[in-house]
Design a protein. Structure first.
Length: 240
C-alpha cells in the first residue's frame, strides 16, 4: 500500500473490513469526528450543481447520498452489501422528499460502468483513500464527467509529516478505542481505516495527481479542525 494505491491482497482485506463497518459506520464516524462529518458532507453538497446528473463514487451505506436533496443521483460502490444497505435508506428519504429514486450501481472507480460524458458532477467522500489505483480512478472520473463537470473529493489527507503523525495518533487511539468498544472486538475494522490513512498522501500529492490526469482549476482546502481535506477539480471543456 502506498500513496497511489494498493495490491490485490490489501484491497480484498480492506473490502472485507469496510463491509464489517456497515452496522456501526455512522455512529463511529459521528463520535470520532465530534459530529463534524455531517458538516463536511454538507460542504460537498453545497459545491455540487443544483441541476444535472450527479455521481457519488463509493457511496458506502448511503450516509452522503441520503442528504443530497433535489439532485438526480447515481451511486456507485463495489461492495454489494453497501448497495443493499444504501438503496432502501436513500430512496425512502428521497421518496419522502418527492425526489426521484437514485440509481445504485456495482463497480469500482477504476473501471466505471458508465459511458463517456455521463455526469455533470461527481463526488467521493471518505472513499478515495481506499481506491486501489487512485490515478486510474481519477482518470475514469474525468472520462465519465461532461466537459466542464466538477469533481469534489473529501478525505483526511495530511498537510505534512507532523500533521500526519498527529492524525495517526488520533486515528489509532481516539477512533480505535471507541471502535473497539462499540464493535466489542480487538480486531475491529477501523484498524484498516487507520492503515489506509497512514499510507494516504498529502493534500498536495493529490492536487498534483488531479492536475496530472487532466483536471483544471484544481484546489484543496483543509477543513476545520484539520481532520479532512476537500479537493475540487473541473473537467476541461476541450479534453486533450
Ligand atoms: C467509508 S465508505 C464512504 C461512504 C460515504 N461516501 C460517506 O459519505 O460516508 C467508503 C466506500 O468506498 C468504497 N470504495 C472503496 N474502494 C473503492 C473503489 N476503488 N471504487 C469505488 N468505491 C470504492 C467502499 O466500498 C466503501 O463503501
Amino acid at each position: 500500500m502506498d500513496t497511489d494505491g494498493m495490491g490485490d491482497v490489501d484491497w480484498n482485506e480492506l473490502q472485507r473490513n469496510l463491509e464489517a463497518t456497515i452496522p456501526v459506520y455512522d455512529k463511529i464516524n459521528r463520535f470520532a469526528t465530534f459530529g463534524q462529518v455531517d458538516r463536511w458532507r454538507r460542504m460537498v453538497a453545497e459545491r455540487l450543481p443544483e441541476d444535472g446528473e450527479i455521481l457519488e463514487i463509493g457511496c458506502g451505506p448511503g450516509s452522503f447520498a441520503e442528504i443530497l436533496v433535489g439532485r438526480s443521483l447515481t451511486c456507485l460502490d463495489p461492495i454489494p452489501a453497501m448497495l443493499e444497505a444504501a438503496e432502501p435508506r436513500v430512496n425512502r428519504k428521497r421518496m419522502e422528499r418527492g425526489d426521484e429514486n437514485a440509481n445504485f450501481v456495482g463497480g469500482t472507480a477504476e473501471d466505471m460502468p458508465f459511458s463517456d460524458d455521463s455526469f455533470d458532477a461527481a463526488c467521493t467522500l471518505f472513499s478515495f483513500r481506499d481506491w486501489y489505483d487512485k490515478k486510474a480512478g481519477l482518470t475514469e472520473a474525468l472520462r465519465v464527467l461532461k466537459p466542464g463537470g466538477k469533481l469534489v473529493i473529501v478525505d483526511p489527507a495530511k498537510i505534512n509529516s507532523v500533521h500526519g503523525f498527529l492524525g495517526h495518533g488520533y486515528m489509532k487511539y481516539w477512533v480505535g478505542s471507541y471502535a473497539r468498544w462499540i464493535c466489542g472486538v480487538e480486531d475491529h475494522p477501523w484498524k484498516w481505516l487507520t492503515k489506509t490513512y497512514v499510507h494516504f498522501g498529502t493534500t498536495k500529492d493529490y492536487v498534483r495527481m488531479l492536475e496530472d490526469v487532466g483536471f483544471r482549476e484544481v484546489s484543496a482546502k483543509v477543513i476545520f479542525p484539520g481532520m479532512a481535506t476537500i479537493w475540487e477539480g473541473v473537467a476541461p471543456s476541450n479534453p486533450q
